[in-house]
Design a protein around this ligand. Structure first.
Ligand code: AMP
Ligand code: GLY
Length: 432
């Protein structure tokens, strides 16, 4: 079969790498892809929101299955486009939720209301569409005992969440989001909620709309600097499984969070098919939802799919045919660790166009894979073209070894201005 992967990050390179291992796959294509996806696929310079061109490509290359990486095309309805334009009926299937279901990531107000209605554990909070009501609410809040988090409603490239520690910061956050519209139309509404304390973890689950199967748990590292300091990024590294999530807690997350979410959506006449990613805070009172995402996580996918033993084609097709109940997820024992290497300046304005050296030194190393993100090939050289550039990902029989090995790989790769965190996975060692 022929597969098309939409996107250009480390997650998409990982999907291409994993799908290529399936005996059922003939060709893989990526739109637009990066220098790394070229190892497994043919790239087409088509942007993720150009549904029409994607539709033509799917027909021209006889694509059986399209897998969507990022949230933006899902939230703006790429799956609906495939259905409404007869592509799905012609046998060009697409993996991911429709627009009506992707709203679980596209609108934090929607997600919050859903969680409230179906008693899904999350931070206490309220949604507002009027500035003065939002201001009134924060003035009434006892911020000395309750720190607040203020979130722009729509997609804001992971930046629309402001954690506030005093009343001035709260007022400023509302001003920035709702009045100055720093995140554009995402600031039409806000969610204001209590700040949760604990450790964060990610659960990526596959669902056909009825059955839900959990992939390995994982932990991302969002802040730019060691020790979780500095501004948030798209993710500076991940490891799996997350030691903080015990098998018992995994069952609890399934029963109290994932199942009621899929069933709740279903009661609202919303059918969710695809990957549902729950971003969780593991609090003293148990796991609570920080956010839902309608797609695979990045860089969690790099670690999670490294552990997955199943043929990913089988799992994705089972989701599409409503037969996920027939599949059993099998993970390797041991652990995987992904260290993300970024460009100087990231997550702010960053440098581009630097030649990357040392990638060839990793090729012979066992159980280590470099997943590309912001890279491109020019005149036979691989150069940086984004903020997050590479995710060096290692597998080993335990987390300590996996971390060690990933950093062995990182040490071999160089470019001018390269930066990475030195403490990816350290929390896992602490939790041992
Ligand atoms: P979100 O996009 O909602 O996941 O928020 C991005 C990041 O902000 C999360 O990964 C957390 O680190 C942080 N965050 C969001 N909501 C809360 C909350 N209620 N309490 C503490 N931290 C939060
Ligand atoms: N790892 C964060 C995200 O994928 O949104």
């Amino acid at each position: 079969m022929n597969i098309l992967i939409i996107g250009q990050g480390g997650r998409e390179h990982t999907l291409a790498w994993k799908l290529k291992q399936s005996k059922k796959v003939d060709h893989i294509y990526c739109a637009p892809g990066n220098a790394g996806t070229l190892e497994a696929a043919e790239n087409f310079d088509i942007q993720v929101d150009d549904f029409e061109k994607i539709g033509f490509l799917v027909q021209e290359k006889n694509i059986d299955l399209t897998v969507v990486g990022p949230e933006a095309p899902l939230v703006s309805g790429i799956v609906d486009y495939f259905k409404e334009n007869g592509l799905v009926n012609q046998g060009h299937q697409i993996f991911g939720p429709e627009k009506s279901a992707a709203i679980i990531e596209g609108s934090k107000v929607f997600a919050k209301q859903l969680m409230k209605k179906y008693n899904i554990p999350t931070a206490e909070g309220e949604s507002f569409k009027e500035v003065n009501k939002a201001m009134e609410y924060i003035e009434l809040n006892d911020w000395r005992s309750h720190h607040l988090v203020i979130k722009a409603d729509g997609l804001a490239a992971g930046k629309g969440v402001i954690i506030c520690h005093n009343i001035e910061e709260m007022r400023e956050a509302i001003q920035k989001i709702m009045v100055d519209k720093e995140f554009g139309s995402a600031g039409e509404k806000v969610v204001i909620e209590e700040k949760l304390e604990g450790e964060e973890a990610s659960i990526l689950a596959l669902t056909d709309g009825k059955t839900i199967k959990l992939l390995a748990s994982s932990q991302d590292h969002k802040a730019i600097f060691n020790g979780d300091k500095g501004p948030n990024t798209g993710g500076m590294g991940a490891y799996a499984p997350a030691c903080i999530i015990t098998p018992k807690m995994e069952k609890q997350i399934y029963k109290e969070i994932l199942l009621p979410t899929i069933q709740g959506l279903s009661s609202e006449k919303i059918f969710y098919q695809g990957c549902l990613y729950a971003g969780l805070m593991i609090t003293q009172e148990g796991p609570k939802v920080l956010e839902f995402n309608c797609r695979f996580g990045d860089p969690e996918t790099q670690a999670v799919l490294t552990l997955l033993q199943n043929d990913l084609v089988d799992l994705l097709m089972a989701c599409l045919s409503g037969r996920l109940d027939k599949e059993e997820i099998k993970n390797k024992t041991g652990a995987a660790c992904c260290v993300v290497m970024v460009s100087k300046g990231y997550p702010g304005k960053y440098e581009k166009g630097k030649e990357i050296f040392g990638l060839d030194k990793i090729k012979g190393m066992k159980n280590i894979q470099v997943f590309h993100a912001g890279t491109k090939k020019e005149n036979g050289k691989i150069i940086t073209s984004g903020g997050r550039v590479l995710g060096v990902t290692a597998y080993a029989h335990n987390i300590k070894e996996a971390i060690f090995k990933a950093y062995q790989g990182v040490d071999k790769i160089k470019w001018s201005g390269e930066y990475h965190r030195k403490d990816i996975g350290r929390r896992a060692l602490k939790n041992k």
